[in-house]
Design a protein around this ligand. Structure first.
Ligand code: FES
Ligand SMILES: [Fe+2]
Length: 399
């Protein structure tokens, strides 16, 4: 039976955490809190160390509305700084990536080194009367830690260390990522017309396997649903550890384009992933790794960056197969990622105008199969950090 307006406004779920109000995607106050209380206080996966192979290599990015850059110093250590000059705040590094032994501000030519020290000021004598000294003009350094080759950053100097934040969320990737050096061989970026959570939900929602033709043919029947194991780690991190794929089930993948060694600790048909709160994901399909990072641009626009990883220095014949395996699913023309982008944008379209009121995250299958436990764990952490209820996000609640 169809519902009238009052029925449509009612949450269609008896469990308190089984639905999420549409305004979590659209409300400007919610979004402002997310930037400061979620992104501003949690560890963000910024890049992989292989993207900064040489001394003075840098990469720029935005995080919680702030321009940042990671740079490998003369001592080989990767550090992160706010990409703003100490003088008048001009952006120091404008290219997305590059190499800068000396960082020179274009505006009045102040210079900085790779440890963030201010090393040069033209005609400094003019500052003497005001007591402005070069030693007090270094860049704002941002906490940086490496874990399994990934560079993580945190704007909050008071936040717990990375290991405490992650807990065991990357434990299932220790062998895969930590046995031999890996490198990024694929990088792509897309701006999605949706809230950042709408994308991240595609990585947390196992039930949407039905949307992907390729998953219907290769994954849904590859193992009994009750044998699947969902992993909820705490702090909003979660994943699955033991999914299987039967790649021959999809005609286009027959043979998957040749042989290449799977990454250590995994088999060629194994699929696992960890989603890291608030918005990163690491996925492994035996021979390749995909990494998602998500940067909110506004409440309704999101930058999605994707990386594909293979073995550093492997033979070209192995690399070409790995690229093929990656792109079959996750490339810009693959059978998976473009469909997820479409889903994220379509799901949110009706929330913007208030037509859709709720989304359901109520599936319970004892943390197996297509349980929504990962989504519920995410929203529990989101509520704890924003002080808002996912069911009634426009009213702040005590945390
Ligand atoms: S703003 Fe950078 S030197 Fe003036
Ligand atoms: Fe998907």
């Amino acid at each position: 039976m169809a519902r009238d307006a009052a029925g449509w406004a009612q949450a269609p779920c008896a469990t308190e955490d089984g639905c999420v109000a549409g305004s979590v995607y659209t409300d400007p106050g919610v979004y402002a809190d997310e930037l400061t209380e979620v992104f501003g206080r949690t560890w963000r996966l910024a890049c992989h160390e292989s993207e900064l192979p040489e001394r003075y290599d840098y990469r720029c990015f935005e995080h919680a509305g702030q321009p940042l850059f990671c740079i490998r110093g003369a001592d080989g250590v990767i550090r992160t700084f706010v990409n703003a000059c100490s003088h008048r705040g001009a952006r120091l590094l404008a290219e997305p990536a590059g190499n800068a032994a000396k960082i020179v501000c274009f505006y009045h030519l102040w210079t900085y080194d790779s440890k963030g020290a201010c090393t040069g000021i033209p005609r400094p004598v003019g500052y003497e009367a005001a007591g402005v000294k070069r030693a007090g003009l270094g860049l704002r350094e941002v906490r940086t830690e490496l874990r399994l080759g990934f560079v993580f950053v945190n704007l909050d100097d008071a936040a717990p260390v990375l290991g405490e934040f992650l807990g065991d969320a990357l434990g299932q990737f220790e062998t895969i990522l930590g046995t031999q050096p890996l490198e990024v061989f694929h990088y792509s970026r897309n701006v999605l017309q949706c809230n950042w959570k709408a994308w991240h939900e595609t990585n947390m929602d196992l039930y949407h396997e039905y949307m992907h033709v390729v998953l219907r043919k290769t994954q849904l029947k590859a193992m009994p649903m009750e044998d699947r194991r969902l992993l909820v780690y705490g702090n909003g991190h979660a994943g699955t550890g033991n999914l299987k794929a039967a790649y021959d089930g999809y005609e286009g993948f027959r043979g998957r384009g040749g042989d290449v060694p799977p990454l250590p600790g995994t088999g060629p048909a194994d699929f696992r992933f960890s989603v890291l709160f608030p918005a990163s994901a690491i996925l492994s399909r035996g021979t390749v790794i995909r990494v998602d990072t998500v940067t909110p641009i506004s409440a309704r626009e999101t930058l999605l960056e994707m990386r594909g990883l293979g073995v550093l220095g492997e033979p070209p014949e192995h690399r070409s197969i790995r690229v093929q395996h990656h792109n079959q699913y996750w490339g810009p023309m693959g059978r998976n990622v473009p469909e997820d982008m479409y889903a994220a944008e379509e799901c949110e379209r009706a929330f913007r105008g208030g037509a859709a009121r709720w989304q359901l995250i109520a599936r319970q299958e004892n943390s197996t199969g297509q349980d929504d436990a990962i989504l519920r764990a995410f929203y529990a952490e989101w509520a704890r950090r924003t002080g808002r209820s996912p069911q009634d996000p426009l009213h702040k609640v005590a945390t």
